[in-house]
Design a protein around this ligand. Structure first.
Ligand code: ATR
Length: 275
């Protein structure tokens, strides 16, 4: 049995072990997947001990995705672009870091929610770690325009600058604004800020929505509820981050095992558990 874990602080409520257990059962892969709580000042030591015990890799969650980036000997292109690592594979030649969050988001929007991003007007709210991890994959799906809105404008500007070449290649227009200057009537609005943690409804005004907009919060459970209620109240289709969670896990499973699990039944089972 090959061992993996999700490493974070806190990590007790992570659904990743349940998701990977379902993937393992479905694909017949001999995989065990645990939770690993790392001390805030002891991430590297915890990771080295886990790898030394014979484990094959791990997922990394808050607040260690940047530390994981620094510890990887090699990184995939998408991890390099996003500046963060959520998946490590402990290869004999060294640790390889990947970031499956952006692909997970895009797969959830396009496959599970059934919305093609091609030609769409997209508003990405938040230029922190979560927003940075998502932008590259969103660009690769060829929307017409992506506006990054962030309270600290500098961070949004730096983020679109680092993605300018990729955007040009896909003919995607990029813009950086403060939330107050966010454009109206967007097709898809993605909340990648941590404001929902404080229970606030939305960091942007409702004019960014129009009837039928998809309004997705990367969080799920109570943390997402304020944003989802706000979106629904303004005629948008609310979507939480549970599908993204399952899809990023599927990408990580593929990165480790070379086998791509089906996600539909896993997402449905998780949804039932949380209700
Ligand atoms: P994460 O990894 O979850 O993205 P982060 O890197 O700390 O965490 O980024 C948090 C994001 O939420 C940032 O976009 C942050 O805006 P700033 O860059 O201006 O700090 C945003 N954010 C946090 N609290 C906010 C608030 N009260 N209003 C608006 N945006 C907020």
């Amino acid at each position: 049995t090959d061992r993996y874990a999700v490493v974070g602080n806190p990590v007790a409520h992570s659904r990743s072990p349940a998701i990977h257990a379902m993937f393992a059962a479905q694909t017949g892969q001999s995989v065990a997947y645990d939770r690993l709580l790392a001390p805030l000042d002891g991430f590297e030591a915890a990771l080295r001990a886990f790898a030394a015990s014979g484990a094959r890799g791990c997922n990394i969650t808050v607040p260690f995705k940047f530390d994981a980036f620094a510890l990887a000997a090699r990184r995939t292109e998408r991890a390099q672009l996003g500046g963060a690592v959520n998946t490590l594979r402990f290869d004999a030649e060294g640790w390889v870091g990947d970031n499956t969050d952006g692909a997970g988001l895009v797969n959830d929007i396009q496959r599970n929610a059934g919305r093609s991003l091609a030609g769409q007007q997209v508003l990405l709210v938040g230029a922190g770690g979560a927003g940075a991890g998502a932008l590259g994959a969103l660009i690769a799906a060829s929307p017409a325009r992506i506006t990054v809105a962030n309270r600290t404008l500098d961070k949004a500007q730096a983020l679109i600058a680092s993605h300018a070449a990729l955007a040009a290649g896909h003919r995607v227009e990029l813009a950086a604004v403060t939330p107050a200057d966010a454009p109206a009537a967007q097709d898809i609005v993605i909340n990648a800020t941590s404001t929902s943690l404080a229970g606030a409804a939305s960091p942007v005004d409702a004019r960014v929505l129009k009837p039928g907009s998809l309004a997705l919060d990367m969080m799920y459970g109570p943390k997402a509820q304020g944003f989802l209620d706000w979106a629904a109240a303004h005629g948008a289709e609310p979507r939480d981050g549970l599908g993204m969670l399952v899809e990023q896990a599927a990408e990580a499973f593929f990165f480790w095992r070379g086998v791509r699990p089906q996600t539909r039944d896993v997402l449905a089972a998780l949804r039932r558990e949380l209700e």
